[in-house]
Design a protein. Structure first.
Length: 184
């Protein structure tokens, strides 16, 4: 009888560990999928930026420093490796885009250009999509990290090498505000 109880306890413990392991794998996959969603939105933004630069360049030829900073920030963001580098590069790109729009604000001809206005609307839409993707990613990271930190699942997570994922956060309070891209 004691052997059956021991076997039942061991089986229950085994199924418990398997259940936690599978949940950790599912959450890790959700984090990867969420990051992929951010990546898709960032690619859209990267593709739009050269067109914005060319439009502004056509009207504001003496603003070369701003245009170059946007180009460099875009290149750095595209080439970023790892989440920390990506976050830093995206923060720099956000600052550069804000500067680009500040330059464009000084030129009424740009503000009346229909292509520029369309790209501005497209960028605003992409920024909204990026925000939603970041929220989904951070929610997935939260769920995974809570399970990794919680007892007794932390024992299983540590045993199988699960590590916490970093959140995708902006580094300055001014960058937490949605950039204003309206010229109306």
């Amino acid at each position: 009888m004691a052997a059956l109880i021991i076997i039942a306890v061991v089986l229950a413990l085994l199924f418990f560990v398997i259940g936690i392991y599978n949940r950790l794998v599912r959450l890790r996959t959700n984090v990867s999928e969420a990051w992929s969603g951010i990546d898709v939105q960032l690619k859209k933004r990267y593709d739009l930026i050269p067109n914005l630069i060319e439009t502004v360049k056509g009207y504001a030829t003496h603003e070369r420093e701003t245009l170059e900073s946007v180009t460099k920030a875009r290149t750095a963001a595209i080439n970023a490796k790892g989440l920390e580098d990506q976050v830093a590069a995206e923060n720099q790109l956000n600052r550069a885009i804000t500067s680009l729009f500040a330059v464009a604000e000084q030129y009424p001809e740009i503000k009346s250009n229909t292509n520029f206005l369309q790209m501005q609307q497209d960028l605003s839409s992409i920024e909204n999509d990026i925000e939603r993707s970041r929220r989904y990613y951070n929610g997935s990271v939260r769920d995974q990290n809570v399970l990794i930190d919680s007892f007794p699942s932390n024992l299983v997570a540590n045993a199988f090498g699960f590590v916490k994922s970093p959140f995708f956060e902006l580094d300055a309070a001014s960058e937490r505000a949605v950039p204003k891209v309206s010229f109306k």
